[in-house]
Design a binder for this molecule. Sequence first.
Ligand code: ADP
Ligand code: MG
Length: 231
Amino acid sequence: MEELLRRSEKLTTVGQLAAGVAHEIRNPLTTLRGFLQLQLETEKLNTRHVDIMLSELDRINLIVSEFLILAKPQATRFEVKDVRFILGDVISLLDSQAHLCDIEFETYFDQENCRISCEENQLKQVFINVLKNAIEAMPEGGRITIEARRNDQHHVNVSITDEGIGIPEERIAKLGDPFYTDKDMGTGLGIMVSQRIIQTHQGMLEIRSKVNVGTTVTIVLPLMKEQAIEA
Ligand code: ADP
Ligand code: MG
């Protein structure tokens, strides 16, 4: 019960996040300002400085765009889509990046339709977040298995399994906390944004992991009720 409470608090205090976002953005802004000041005073900006400035700008951009998804009003446009096709789109989007990292995708999709009511772009964002985490967890490459199966008449299970570094048990509870990241270029907003989006889809997002074995993220979404066939 306590854990449940904690979760829902996490998801409803988006407003408080603004302070966190401001804090996260201040660091790269300070760096940018410092370099510009250096240029003004000494005209000694070199390529390395510009590289750092660009990556700091990218970081600000990433934090702001992930935050915008959280802050967006809830009333989005839901459409009926087949989750297998959405996954297919996301996989082709990330295919070349995965290839560069020596990672191959393996897919198992249900033969039957997996139609859901969803905001396609938001759902894509979730799958991209989860797949990116999977890719980033496998610096040596490997396989990512993506499944979409109807688990009963009313739900489809999407699971994404990697063979990556895994997450220690004591850290699993922290997932979904804003700005919790162990990556140099991470924002620590991906899982939180994803949980939020899945919640607005009346779904569930669950993470299971074993250190040095891998991680499975399971997303359960309600299927469209099929229209009764008229006699
Ligand atoms: P970010 O990717 O920006 O760090 P996320 O919210 O997407 O933020 O993830 C938060 C943290 O959860 C990551 O920094 C990482 O430590 C851990 N994590 C998430 N997915 C995985 C995974 N598939 N394998 C290992 N660790 C993961
Ligand atoms: Mg991430």
